[in-house]
Design a protein around this ligand. Structure first.
Ligand code: C2E
Ligand code: MG
Ligand code: MG
Ligand code: MG
Length: 291
């Protein structure tokens, strides 16, 4: 009985591995033509000021809608990184980000939200990245000082020196640097300091545990103190409840991103949310005597 069970187990394991492999193959094939077939879209998730809840920026989040049905970023981004498709796809995403920055600044001037874009390790190791990004900024008329790139803490481990050099060059163009998913990797503090990042984004795993146990609260507050002592801006990701919002604010977070405030949304919806936020902000600054 034990033997038979073992064989079933193996067979199941084997079949699911094959299914997974063929799914990965379908994804990698589909991704190669995703740009030409116009199957990619971006959503914008508002980033708010922790104190006030006012919208000050947006993270650009990629979506893929192939004919066979939507595939989530957590399924296709790792494949795109493995096959290298993330390089042309990343150029496309950056162009969307730049176009948004330019359009929003034309419309709102200095009050316009900043635009934050994810850049993976595979992109950083592409020698043409800086030239490509520069050309895209020139073409779209984007202001680099209103752009931010997010690099994950783990991606910094891949090829630390080369990636760090690339980040320095992007930062030299005026683009802000954020370390994404902070706390999930294992970069040493020394490495983090040498990176000259502007911002740390604390991963949602920690943010969402902050009101659970005393132990996780201790960890999160230690992460916050590290960011503060390195004089980095601190962002809490994945805030879903008022309690998480309050705790992260008390721990010194400057910015908050999460479903408690806003989900990722199409540009038109983002602009509606942003306009509402600006109106609310004007009301509070125009009428201080009535408060
Ligand atoms: P990320 O950069 O850490 O982005 C934040 C993720 O958390 C997004 O998932 C967002 O929708 C989700 N999120 C935001 N607030 C909440 C919340 O309150 N609760 C929960 N449960 N989730 C929240 P998404 O859009 O599925 O993206 C997943 C990951 O895929 C991103 O994580 C990023 O690593 C990668 N990714 C997305 N777009 C791009 C891209 O254009 N280029 C690259 N290289 N990676 C991307
Ligand atoms: Mg991110
Ligand atoms: Mg993150
Ligand atoms: Mg992530």
């Amino acid at each position: 009985a034990v033997k038979a069970k073992g064989r079933d187990g193996w067979q199941f394991f084997n079949e699911s591995l094959q299914a997974e492999a063929s799914q990965r193959l379908a994804i990698s094939t589909g991704l190669r033509t995703a740009v030409e077939r116009d199957e990619l879209r971006v959503l914008f998730q508002p980033i708010v000021q922790a104190e006030t809840g006012f919208v000050i920026g947006a993270e650009v989040l990629l979506r893929w809608h192939p004919a066979i049905g939507d595939v989530s970023p957590s399924a296709f981004i790792p494949v795109a990184e493995m096959t290298g498709s993330i390089v042309p796809i990343g150029r496309w995403v950056f162009e969307q980000a730049c176009r948004a920055e330019r359009t929003w600044r034309d419309r709102f001037g200095d009050a316009a939200p900043f635009v934050s874009v994810n850049v993976s390790a595979r992109q950083l190791s592409d020698a043409g990245l800086v030239a490509d990004f520069t050309a895209i900024m020139d073409r779209t008329g984007a202001d680099p000082t209103r752009l931010q790139i997010e690099v994950t803490e783990t991606s910094l481990m891949a090829d630390v020196q080369a990636n760090r050099d690339m980040i320095k060059r992007l930062s030299g163009l005026g683009i802000a640097i954020a370390v994404d998913d902070f706390g999930t990797g294992y970069s040493s503090l020394a490495q983090l300091m040498r990176l000259n990042a502007d911002t740390l984004k604390i991963d949602k795993v920690f943010v969402q545990s902050v009101d659970q146990t005393q132990e996780s609260r201790v960890i999160v507050s230690a992460l916050c103190r590290i960011a503060k002592s390195l004089r980095l801006k601190l962002v809490a990701e994945g805030v879903e409840t008022a309690s998480q919002r309050n705790q992260m604010r008390l721990l010194g977070c400057d910015q908050i991103q999460g479903y408690f405030f806003h989900r990722p949304m199409p540009e038109a919806d983002f602009l509606a949310v942003f306009k509402e936020s600006i109106t609310a902000q004007r009301r509070t600054t125009d009428e201080p005597f009535f408060l």
